[in-house]
Write a protein that binds this ligand. Structure first.
Ligand code: R1P
Ligand code: URA
Length: 292
């Protein structure tokens, strides 16, 4: 039985997790994950009832009911470093007894559905389309601290070969979506037109995604080579900032996770959506429809 000390697993005086401020009894099994805290309300307005509204820093969560079932939505803010906090605390809420600080023997698996925005790096995946990430590769530094090697991870040799081909000097990691959630979403009529793809998770929005405004990039051809190089047998389709961390943590900790992307930018055709809010609203409505 593993015990977690008050400095490893910090619990607030009201019994809630340190950053998310969620108490164990408030957690539910199905949670929509969004980046923007203001997007939380745009999701929970579709719930039949909201029981709890919680807010600390960029972590806003609403828990309620939809079609008679408990449902939640939680914002992570931007980036894999935030996802690291979110996934550790959600898993602790699910799988550690906050009274005794001991891991529960019966493990609980959460269903987590990211609804985020992304840029396409392939010409044939246009602005305003939807893309379901089947797998993601992470260029952030989490793999330098966590052991993500698990059954669900992409073969390390494919990742190493990819790095060699694109001339990237640091270790990257890869992980896959939940098979059952990919099946559920990709078979649903609302997602009939969605693309399936492999997502690159970048540790920034500008140079790490091939954007230079007034700063030069040390990898000026990064996007060009990434879009032309296969990881195993897969093309990289799109780029954003959280999915690889979500998939790697979910794979190792035993949660089901899928990342749905509203494609706002096409980095090949140099287009950006003329109505990003509409695209994300439509994605939210489609995903909510599956649970209604
Ligand atoms: C950058 O603008 C942000 O948009 C994408 C990226 O992953 C990053 O978080 O996702 P969200 O729309 O969910 O925030
Ligand atoms: N989000 C990203 O991270 N990149 C894009 O190009 C668009 C949205």
């Amino acid at each position: 039985m593993t015990y977690f000390s008050p400095t490893d697993l910090i619990i607030n005086p009201d019994g809630s997790s340190y950053h998310l401020n969620i108490r164990p009894e408030q957690l539910c099994d199905t949670i929509f994950m969004v980046g923007d805290p203001e997007r939380v309300e745009k999701v929970s307005c579709h719930f039949d009832r909201i029981h709890y509204k919680i807010h600390k820093r960029e972590f806003v969560s609403h828990f309620g009911e939809l079609a008679g079932k408990p449902i939640g939505v939680l914002s992570s803010g931007i980036g894999s470093d935030n996802v690291e906090i979110v996934m550790n605390e959600l898993d602790a809420l699910a799988n550690i007894d906050f009274e005794t600080r001991i891991e529960k023997s019966q493990k609980r698996s959460l269903n987590l559905i990211r609804m985020g925005t992304s840029g396409s790096i392939q010409e044939d995946i246009p602005v305003d389309s939807v893309l379901i990430s089947e797998a993601a590769i992470g260029f952030d530094n989490l793999a330098q601290f966590y052991d993500f090697s698990s059954d669900k991870s992409l073969p390390q040799k494919d990742l190493d070969q990819f790095c060699e081909q694109i001339g990237y000097p640091l270790p990257i990691y890869g992980a896959k979506a939940s098979n059952q959630l990919v099946h559920l979403f990709s078979q649903d009529a609302h997602f009939r037109d969605a693309f399936l793809g492999t997502t690159l998770t970048a540790p920034g929005f500008y140079a790490p995604q091939g954007r230079t405004v007034r700063m030069n990039s040390v990898l000026p051809d990064f996007l060009k080579v990434c879009s032309a190089t296969l990881v195993g047998k897969s093309k990289i389709t799109n780029i954003e900032m959280e999915t690889s961390a979500y998939y790697a943590f979910s794979g190792v900790l035993g949660h089901e996770m899928i990342s749905l992307n509203a494609i706002l930018a096409n980095r090949k055709t140099l287009q950006f959506s003329t109505n990003p809010e509409k695209q994300i609203s439509q994605l939210i409505q489609k995903a909510i429809a599956l649970f209604s």
